[in-house]
Write a protein that binds this ligand. Structure first.
Ligand SMILES: NC(=O)c1ccc[n+]([C@@H]2O[C@H](COP(=O)([O-])OP(=O)(O)OC[C@H]3O[C@@H](n4cnc5c(N)ncnc54)[C@H](OP(=O)(O)O)[C@@H]3O)[C@@H](O)[C@H]2O)c1
Length: 298
């Protein structure tokens, strides 16, 4: 048993009723400690994030003796705010574009003021977008194994904004209008659809590989290998960008191009940050020549 000091990092982040000290049984887990803090502060345990003075995060399932706590060790406590399930956020953010594309594709009269025959490109893009987001919903349900159960409630607006606005309203409104760009010649049209299909299947394979690294119910992280992972840390992001490139080239619309640019830039930023994290976590074991997202480039 040790007596630790509980602190918040700044006065602004003050937590009501946070005890200054707490007697901790070091044979328990971090979750036991968070539960005790939750009891005192009346915060749900999922809202509580604990870190040491050197910024090491105390992982909920980890045994406390892993962190070498002593009498008077300082533990920083952070209230993460209201939380929402990760999966719920994904269902909502991908569900938006599914519904929006259905509405814009089928409600021609109220939206565009007339009824017209969709071009071959419009038909193709409709099925591609629907399949893409259905795949994402099914992956959320059956494939991904997330390390966090929840995320801050506000994220639902931030994340959904990206998909609902850029790949939902903007893409649907400008793609399904009465004056689409002419269809590309057959070899380009079918070539781009084949490229899109290849990218989607490849993205799915990389998700299966990531999921296979983590036994169900654990938060294990391993170094992924095979299918694109030998070249980059995030082939899933690379293939996702490829499939939106196919949509942008097929439609040659500014809306699809804008989504391609914003989503690729976002994924690239994330890949750089997570690539750095891999190197820090696995050190010399992490393959040296692996780039973050773009093979041989960056
Ligand atoms: N179009 C867009 O704007 C956009 C943006 C972002 C993502 N996406 C799409 O959404 C997909 C998922 O995105 P994401 O950011 O969640 O991808 P991610 O960070 O690569 O993670 C995918 C899944 O694999 C797990 N995972 C990652 N690395 C792991 C490792 N080393 N060991 C064990 N498990 C690991 C993750 O769990 P934890 O991270 O919870 O540990 C998560 O459940 C992407 O592949 C992409 O298709 C699209």
């Amino acid at each position: 048993m040790v007596t630790v000091n509980l602190r918040t990092k700044s006065p602004k982040a003050k937590i009501n009723k946070l005890p200054l000290t707490l007697d901790v049984d070091t044979s328990g887990t971090v979750k036991d400690l968070a539960t005790a803090i939750g009891r005192a502060t009346q915060l749900g345990v999922e809202r509580i994030r604990l870190t040491l003075i050197d910024n090491t995060r105390l992982v909920p399932e980890a045994p406390l003796d892993k962190y070498d706590l002593q009498d008077n060790s300082i533990i920083y406590v952070k209230d993460l705010g209201y939380q929402i399930g990760w999966q719920t956020v994904f269902y909502i953010e991908y569900g938006g574009p599914l519904l929006i594309h259905l509405l814009f594709y089928f409600l021609q009269k109220p939206i565009y003021g007339k009824v017209f025959e969709h071009s071959a490109t419009q038909k193709a893009v409709f099925y591609m977008v629907m399949l893409h987001f259905l795949k994402r919903e099914l992956e959320t349900m059956f494939v991904h194994r997330f390390s966090n159960d929840t995320m801050p409630f506000f994220n639902i607006f931030k994340n959904s904004g990206h998909y609902w606005v850029l790949s939902g309203f903007s893409l649907a409104y400008f793609c399904y209008g009465p004056e689409p760009r002419p269809d590309l010649p057959g070899y380009l049209f079918y070539g781009l659809i084949a490229f899109w299909l290849y990218s989607e299947v490849s993205n799915f394979i990389t998700h299966l590989i990531l999921s296979s690294l983590r036994p169900k119910g654990t938060r294990t992280r391993k170094i992924p290998v095979g299918y694109g992972f030998n070249l980059v840390s995030y082939p899933n992001y690379f293939f996702e960008a490829c499939s939106w490139l196919a949509v942008a080239l097929l439609t040659r619309s500014w809306a699809a191009t804008l989504f391609l640019i914003v989503s690729t830039a976002t994924m690239f930023q994330w890949s750089l940050k997570k690539h750095k994290q891999y190197k820090k976590e696995f050190g010399a074991k992490y393959p040296k020549n692996r780039k973050a997202m773009f093979p041989f480039i960056a």
